[in-house]
Design a binder for this molecule. Structure first.
Ligand SMILES: NC(=O)c1ccc[n+]([C@@H]2O[C@H](COP(=O)([O-])OP(=O)(O)OC[C@H]3O[C@@H](n4cnc5c(N)ncnc54)[C@H](OP(=O)(O)O)[C@@H]3O)[C@@H](O)[C@H]2O)c1
Length: 311
């Protein structure tokens, strides 16, 4: 059985995906322009950030596949059909890229390169004594595909690892906390906090004044999930108060970050332009093909989004 597959890219350059997807799905008909196929003939839509209301026109959809790992914007769309599975991207290439980013930021914070950078701007020679990783505690919020891999890599470097998730996990070398009631204990145990949560009703604004108040004095906050998880004014206040020594931010309430935003010039903030882990067409196409072949074979799909949990 072959499928009619519409690839609807609104942010990603469609060109990057064309050949990898064609190679991975040689027996299916792929369309990269909605004008090339009647909407009622489309079996599967693959998209990055679909326009609101787009789903009404498709009457025989069997599966909707995201090119991105986060699908927060999708679930607000009232036209999203309730009876068609939405599957998110679980790309080993993106997981590796995110692990590399987390390692870079955690090592930077652990070795206090942020402090040395500030000293350099003052031409100040002050040697810093840094403990080794085994004496440094790192906490990861979100122990899914990304958080688990990053936690494993940090544990291999001997960091004291903490993790926090919605449901309890049992991971080697990671002390696992779960649920709202254990967030405070998780924060109290972590000198460097890395957020890798999906954006849901429960995680929107989670990093608020109370959250920063519960972080350890002079800790480092690394935000790699989604911008609206952070109450930016609360973070600025925590930086001023010294509660947070440095913030490394990849995602923001408004993207691109507006030119006048205080994060751009704040001496204790590192800004990266939402590129902690970018979609990787070669490995991503393999995952998409695996899922579509599962649909073809009547097997369980991977990465099915739970619309109630929101991820
Ligand atoms: N900055 C970037 O470049 C970039 C790139 C890719 C992805 N991302 C972001 O990273 C997010 C995570 O991706 P993933 O593939 O690791 O997701 P995932 O596999 O779905 O894992 C999500 C984790 O978050 C936990 N979680 C969800 N809601 C929670 C809550 N209310 N309280 C505590 N824990 C909660 C989940 O708990 P359970 O295990 O109990 O379900 C799970 O451990 C994506 O949704 C996306 O927003 C960012």
């Amino acid at each position: 059985m072959s499928f009619n597959i519409l690839v609807l890219c609104t942010v990603e350059p469609a060109e990057r995906w064309r050949e990898p997807l064609r190679r991975a799905l040689p027996d299916d008909d792929l369309y990269f322009d909605a004008a090339e196929v009647a909407s009622e003939q489309v079996d599967i839509v693959i998209s990055d950030s679909p326009p609101q209301g787009v789903w009404r026109q498709f009457s025989r959809l069997r599966m909707i596949q995201s090119l991105w790992m986060g699908v927060d914007r999708w679930l607000d769309d009232a036209s999203l059909p309730a009876n068609v599975p939405v599957t998110r991207m679980i790309d080993p290439g993106m997981v590796t890229a995110m692990t590399e980013t987390v390692l870079a930021h955690v090592l930077h914070a652990h070795l206090r390169h942020d402090v040395m950078r500030r000293q350099q701007t003052q031409q100040r020679w002050r040697e810093l004594f840094n403990p080794v990783a085994a004496q440094r505690s790192v906490g990861i919020m979100g122990l899914g595909n990304l958080g688990t891999a990053a936690g494993r890599a940090l544990a291999a470097l001997n960091f004291q690892m903490q993790g926090w998730s919605r449901t309890r996990k049992d991971l080697p070398d990671v002390r696992c906390f779960a649920g709202e009631s254990e967030l405070a204990a998780f924060l109290a145990a972590s000198e460097i906090v890395v957020c890798l949560l999906p954006l849901t009703t429960a995680t929107r604004g989670i990093a608020n004044a109370e959250f920063f108040g519960r972080m350890r004095e002079h800790s480092v906050f690394v935000s790699l999930g989604r911008g609206p998880q952070v109450v930016e004014a609360a973070l600025l206040a925590a930086l001023e108060a010294g509660r947070v020594r440095h913030a490394i931010l990849d995602v923001f309430m408004e993207e691109p970050l507006p030119p006048a935003h205080p994060f751009w010039t704040h001496p204790r903030v590192t800004v990266t332009p939402h590129c902690a882990s970018m979609a990787q067409p070669e490995s991503g196409a393999q995952f998409v093909a695996e899922n579509i072949n599962r649909l073809r074979a009547g097997e369980a799909l991977l990465g099915v989004v739970d619309p109630v949990a929101g991820y």
